[in-house]
Design a binder for this molecule. Structure first.
Ligand SMILES: [Ca+2]
Length: 317
């Protein structure tokens, strides 16, 4: 038997080490792995953004948006009254998907800046308006990266929030969209040294989740999870930004969209949507680790009993 020559303490330590390594693997965030994710070129965008004809096959850009082929799509410059957009030409038709994009919001004024930018999953596209550069009365989902407080709020700014538009409801501009906020989080995403990124994962008839990368390398902060989000039958992916009296540079650096093949386990408590996914994965990881430790200890005890039994049998004969 393989374990007979191994010291019992060593065996238990080895088991614990293995279980720790295994649990660490379980606790990783939900980046789709290669076999579960199919890149969608039609909704992805990278340097140099445009071809020889100064076009992009899959995206349109307009308004005040300017492309720097080495760096970014600048939706607005750090100037007053700018409005720029970047829209997919084709609707996003994948059932489950993940959109991860890198962006940068920064400007010369450290005190007064704004207004912010938005990412859209809407029936309408490529229009200019007052909602972070996009039209009001949109149909679909808007996620706003609001850097300017138009009114007093209980939270700090920048504030990231989601609104579902039904085509009849106006964005509550004077109160930073408070009247129609589905979910949101405070996130200090402006003027960061390390890359600022957002990762939106959508599983049809299940949930939509937003995580943000801005605090530390490879650290994704959960912002919100929305259950049962229904998107329009046809919807486009868009990015827009707006400046008014206050201004900032609002840049999109890259967009990586994946079709996700295997949906994760269905949410069990959609009513407690905020941060549910995050805490759930932490608890299941801990539970898994405890079960593994118990199993290893049990096997260790069995081996010790077996060795005592063998020793006593040898003495008898
Ligand atoms: Ca605002």
């Amino acid at each position: 038997m393989l374990f007979i020559k191994t010291d019992n303490k060593g065996l238990v330590l080895l088991g614990l080490l293995a279980c720790c390594l295994f649990a660490l693997g379980q606790a990783s965030d939900n980046t789709p792995d290669a076999k579960n994710a199919i890149p969608l070129r039609t909704h992805s965008l990278y340097i140099p953004y445009i071809d020889q004809e100064l076009q992009n096959r899959w995206f349109d850009f307009g308004g005040d948006a300017v492309i720097n082929t080495n760096k970014h799509v600048r939706l607005t410059h750090d100037r007053q009254s700018q409005s720029g957009w970047l829209w997919s030409r084709l609707p996003l038709t994948a059932t489950n998907w993940q959109v991860e994009f890198e962006f940068k919001i920064d400007g010369s004024n450290p005190v007064l800046f704004g207004d912010g930018m938005a990412v859209w999953f809407t029936k309408q596209r490529a229009q200019t308006g007052p909602v972070f550069g996009f039209m009001d009365y949109f149909e679909g989902l808007g996620i706003f990266f609001d850097t300017y407080a138009n009114s007093r709020q209980s939270h700090s700014f920048p504030y990231v929030m989601a609104m579902k538009g039904d085509g009849k409801t106006s964005y509550d501009l004077a109160r930073d969209g408070k009247a129609n906020e589905l979910a949101g989080c405070e996130a200090d995403i402006r003027g960061r040294q390390l890359p600022t990124k957002a990762r939106i994962s959508y599983f049809k008839d299940n949930y939509l989740e937003l995580k943000l990368h801005y605090k530390d390398w490879d650290q994704w902060e959960p912002c919100f999870t929305l259950s049962n989000v229904s998107l329009p039958t046809v919807y486009y992916l868009g990015f827009t930004a707006l400046t008014g009296e206050v201004s900032d540079n609002h840049d999109v650096i890259s967009v990586a969209t994946n079709n996700i093949v295997a949906p994760p386990q269905r949410m069990k408590h959609p009513e407690n949507s905020m941060y549910y996914q995050h805490s759930s994965s932490s608890w299941s990881g801990l539970l898994f680790m405890l079960k593994l430790i118990a199993t290893v200890v049990f096997i260790g005890i069995l081996i010790m009993v077996y060795r005592v039994y063998i020793n006593q049998s040898n003495k008898r004969f």
